[in-house]
Write a protein that binds this ligand. Structure first.
Ligand code: FES
Length: 158
């Protein structure tokens, strides 16, 4: 992770290995977010120039995919699966419980940047729904009670 916004040269170095690959914009966006933690606004003109796209086209792709962030991630990231299988297996009830416990609505980040609550669409654990991810670790068959345990483990680690 970078402590400050990467420079143009650092961005160019990050995306250089992706040149010539199929679907280079997505690959480059992943490369930037993996290293920087998010896709800074300063990357948009660099990507547009390198791929001969308009800035609006690059911005459109970033906005389309929920995965890409345009600001540094929260310290604690909770991502709840909102796809079909998880919704069918008490996903709405779990989401409502998590919103109530975290005092965040789905899609929000706390004002101090300490926690975010984001939707994701399938974590590949449909047979063990409902599923969620906390700081990149997936959890399956999550009940409200299990979420409370995970939350208190998170608070203990802080
Ligand atoms: S639908 Fe939730 S993990 Fe697939």
């Amino acid at each position: 992770m970078f402590d400050t916004q990467p420079s143009r040269d650092e961005l160019l170095a990050l995306i250089a290995p992706c040149k010539g690959l199929p679907g280079p914009l997505l690959v480059m966006l992943h490369a930037i977010q993996d290293r920087v933690g998010y896709v800074p606004a300063s990357a948009i003109p660099v990507l547009a120039e390198e791929l001969n796209l308009s800035r609006a086209e690059v911005q459109g792709v970033i906005s389309f995919y929920h995965h890409f962030r345009d600001r540094p991630p929260a310290k604690r990231r909770i991502e709840i699966c909102r796809a079909e299988s998880c919704q069918a297996l008490q996903g709405d009830r779990l989401t409502a419980h998590i919103e109530q416990r975290t005092r965040l609505r789905l899609g929000e980040t706390s004002a101090d940047g300490s926690m975010s609550l984001q939707p994701v669409y399938c974590l590949g654990l449909c047979s063990a729904s409902p599923a969620l991810m906390i700081d990149g670790t997936v959890h399956a068959r999550v009940t409200p009670e299990r979420f409370d345990e995970l939350l208190s483990q998170m608070e203990t680690r802080e």
